[in-house]
Design a protein around this ligand. Structure first.
Ligand code: PEP
Ligand code: MN
Length: 347
């Protein structure tokens, strides 16, 4: 339920409404926008009559949030969520690009990639260290050694690092190293993991499950938001369909649909969506044309010898060409690519 305050409501009136919500056993989410103060009453509200709030001083109106996700809904938070991450902004007019290998494999691989993607205009470096591989015999990632290499790449380039967390037992280790947590498709409905992440203040890139509906993705985001962590980026990464020519089917619809239903920033992963480097740039352009706030793209200096997802990884030159094209599409859409910060100076 949303309690929309009058524009001239006093802080005491806002406080009084908050007390009332708490007395009804609900939790409070205060959103102080430019235009209005909206107080969310979150919990079991269906049986609660709205008039007990309507009569309070300073209240303009009371509205029920009809969607099952509340904090994620645009009804509750009409303005786009925009938040700064280490060195770049997510949402708003800026298109941010996260790039890097599927998995961290060696020092030279991650450091060379970090320099190359930064030169090309990327805002953050990705690299998995615990990989959700279909086969238990496939390369599983370098673990903490991989995190140390990513931290070194961040020191050298200034790029924040985005790493997939697979289980809640990894949370302390991840918090020690990473700037953005990635929740992979296979863990989108690992609710215990989502709850643990919700208790942190760490930005999260939440990927859509292999066969998850848009509503299920939003309900997963709701788990993180309900814990008090507002920095959630949603990521479309292709879904399972009857089509087998490509690894997955890019649900381009998801971008305008999500932008309509939620205030959270929406990214697209053209690498896992297609599964082939030849199609990545086209789908990256399509995503930005459809209104995506950013991309996460796999880049590898030597894709043929990559230990995972080489087929869908772009060589740095191809990635640079893709960034240029995406920048042009962004301009048409009234957006612009995030500006690249200078390389750090080391004494
Ligand atoms: C990845 O980003 O490398 C990955 C495993 O993605 P997804 O969870 O979307 O399959
Ligand atoms: Mn991958």
């Amino acid at each position: 339920m949303m309690i929309i305050m009058k524009s001239n409501a006093t802080p005491q009136e806002v406080e009084h409404v908050i007390e009332h919500i708490k007395d009804a056993g609900l939790s409070v989410h205060l959103s102080q926008g430019v235009e209005a103060t909206i107080i969310g009453a979150i919990g079991e509200t269906h049986d609660l009559p709205t008039d007990q709030f309507e009569v309070l001083d300073g209240v303009e109106m009371v509205q029920r949030i009809t969607q099952p996700y509340k904090l994620a809904s645009r009804q509750f938070h009409p303005e786009n969520s925009i938040f700064p991450l280490d060195g770049f902004t997510v949402g708003g007019e800026v298109i941010s690009i996260i790039a890097g290998p599927c998995a961290v494999e060696s020092r030279s691989q991650i450091i060379d990639t970090a320099y190359a993607i930064k030169e090309a205009g990327a805002s953050a470096l990705r690299g998995g260290v615990f990989k959700p591989r279909t086969s238990p015999y496939a390369f599983q990632g370098l673990g903490e050694e991989g995190l140390e290499l990513l931290a070194e790449a961040r020191d050298l380039t200034g790029l924040p690092i985005v790493v997939e967390i697979m289980s809640q037992v990894q949370i302390d280790l991840m918090l020690k190293y990473v700037d953005v947590l990635q929740v992979g498709a296979r863990n989108m409905q690992n609710f215990n993991l989502l709850q643990v992440i919700g208790e942190t203040q760490m930005p999260v890139l939440l990927k859509r499950g292999l066969s998850a509906s848009i509503e299920e993705l939003l309900m997963s985001a709701e788990y993180i938001l309900a814990g008090g962590n507002n920095q959630v980026i949603l990521c479309e990464r292709g879904i399972r369909t009857f089509e087998t020519t490509t690894r997955n089917t890019t649900d381009i619809n998801a971008i305008p649909v999500l932008k309509n239903l939620t205030h959270l920033p929406v990214f697209l992963d053209p690498s896992h969506s297609t599964g082939h480097f030849d199609y990545v740039a086209a789908i990256a352009r399509a995503a930005v044309a459809a209104g995506a706030d950013g991309l996460i793209v796999e880049v590898h200096p030597d894709p043929v010898h990559a230990l995972s997802d080489g087929r869908q990884s772009l060589k740095p030159e191809k990635f640079a060409a893709m960034v240029k094209q995406v920048g042009q599409i962004a301009e048409v859409m009234g957006h612009r690519l995030a500006s690249v910060s200078p390389f750090p100076v080391h004494g």
